[in-house]
Design a protein. Structure first.
Length: 115
């Protein structure tokens, strides 16, 4: 393997790890602000699933590198987890924005209407 290919692999793995850090951070941000909307827990689960999917994809090359049949199965499972996580993220964020819109509308109502 040439030095250039090794450099590309190193950079690719580093970006993969940075991606995991970003998704875990997204999960922690959602969990720390869950009082704004209970739907943020769903978004946090989506971020956690994305992190799990990314970690599984990153680890697959190391664990199953010599067995092509197994590695493709692991990539398939990681893709399914990633898709499910993306759905959780979308529904969690949609629910959160709907909750925030309702809270804002209630806060802007005149006092005599609230009673």
């Amino acid at each position: 393997m040439s030095d250039l290919v090794k450099l590309y692999l190193f950079i690719s793995q580093g970006l993969g790890v940075l991606g995991l850090v970003v998704t875990v951070t997204g999960c922690l941000v959602c969990l720390s602000h869950r009082r704004l909307s209970p739907m943020l827990v769903l978004a946090a689960a989506g971020f956690a699933g994305e992190a799990a999917s990314g970690a599984l994809s990153q680890a697959a090359g190391f664990v199953f590198g010599q067995s092509p049949d197994s590695i493709f199965l692991v990539y398939l499972v990681a893709s399914v987890i990633g898709l499910g996580s993306s759905l959780l993220l979308v529904f969690g964020l949609a629910g959160t924005l709907a909750d925030l819109r309702r809270q804002l509308a209630r806060a802007l109502e005149p006092p005599h209407v609230r009673e």
